[in-house]
Write a protein that binds this ligand. Structure first.
Ligand code: GYE
Length: 325
């Protein structure tokens, strides 16, 4: 008999057994009702305030509830994140919380966890639904609606651009659902507003330094660009550094908009350097563990559990600063 938790995922025998087990369990794996769980949280990287706030929120809530949290950091590598998940499966965790760094490379380990009888909850980023489906292969996706975030930024721009129109777009990590949808939502919106034009769009990997480098290159190629849309605050802050190095004034010569709501970002609104930020909460702990408990209690879980985002601009940045992370 196959003991689901003991599959040796990775070995040939393990892979074959995993296929058998996945056929035997077309449904999501159940989760026994227990007071204390051993759960995995496979973080993508820890190089920005958003990630650090998310990790702290998961750790704090696990501690508060008395669960054991197995935490790993993939150091910006989807391959390492996949092997981190495999090792959680081998350790026989009860459930796994996973923010898939990219939307395709993590699918095989999500399916392997399912085959091993371990429910997976995707948090903050989703996977490609043609390869794996919420409610079938993993329990749910908990996170923001990235298309909506990007559309809100577009709507703000249309009202507040004051004649500025040539946009440089700094994209998040290629292959990340957050980057894909923040681009799609924005680009589709701008396509309906012919007064605006995206003159260049490039991957800045969601980091401050890459954002600065890419902004520097794109500003050289498009010196007349007067708007920068960054898929997160870190890249927007990098873009401010690039503008200042080029002798331009952020917020005057170039209007900057972004997404997240970290403290440095909201402070940059107060300082007049960023025009608007659509918030994106990293505080996943309470909702993640509440969803886990609901699942164990046999409640029906929606395939998408949406986080509501707070919008910041000069009108509320000071008053709402406490909402920044
Ligand atoms: O905006 C960014 C982080 O996946 C929603 O990833 C998340 C994004 C967040 O690195 O700052």
């Amino acid at each position: 008999m196959i003991t689901r938790r003991n599959l040796l995922i990775g070995s040939a025998a393990g892979a074959a057994a995993a296929v058998l087990a996945s056929r035997a369990f077309a449904e999501l794996p159940p989760l026994a009702k227990k007071d204390k769980y051993k759960v995995g949280f496979a973080q993508t990287e820890s190089n920005n305030p958003w990630r650090l706030a998310e990790t702290k929120s998961m750790q704090d809530e696990a501690k508060r509830l008395g669960h054991q949290l197995i935490y790993t950091d993939a150091a910006s590598s989807a391959a390492k994140q996949a092997s981190d998940v495999n090792s959680m499966i081998a350790q026989g965790v009860d459930a796994i919380f996973l923010p898939p760094r990219e939307d395709k490379p993590l699918v095989p380990v999500i399916l392997a966890a399912k085959a091993a009888g371990i429910p997976v909850f995707l948090i903050d980023r989703d996977v490609d639904h043609t390869m794996a489906k919420p409610g079938e292969d993993y329990v749910t996706f908990i996170g923001s609606d990235f298309i909506e975030e990007a559309t809100r930024i577009g709507e703000w721009l249309v009202k507040n651009a004051n004649g500025k129109s040539k946009i440089i777009e700094l994209e998040g990590t290629t292959g990340a659902s957050a980057a894909r949808d923040r681009k799609k939502g924005f680009d589709d919106f701008i396509a309906k507003h012919p007064d605006f034009k995206i003159v260049a769009s490039q991957d800045g990997d969601f980091t401050r330094d890459k954002g600065r480098q890419v902004a520097e290159t794109l500003l050289q190629a498009h010196p007349d660009a007067d708007i920068i849309y960054a898929h997160n605050d870190e890249m927007a802050l990098g873009a401010i550094a690039a503008l200042e190095a080029a002798g331009k004034v952020a917020g005057k010569d170039v209007l900057i908009v972004s997404i997240d709501g970290e403290k440095d970002g909201v402070q940059a609104i107060i300082d007049g350097k960023i025009g608007a930020i659509c918030g994106c909460s990293p505080l996943f702990g309470p909702k993640s563990f509440a969803t886990l408990a609901d699942y164990a209690a046999g409640k029906k879980i929606a395939p998408f559990i949406k986080n509501e985002d707070h919008f910041f601009d000069a009108g509320n940045a000071k008053k709402d600063f406490a909402l920044a992370f």
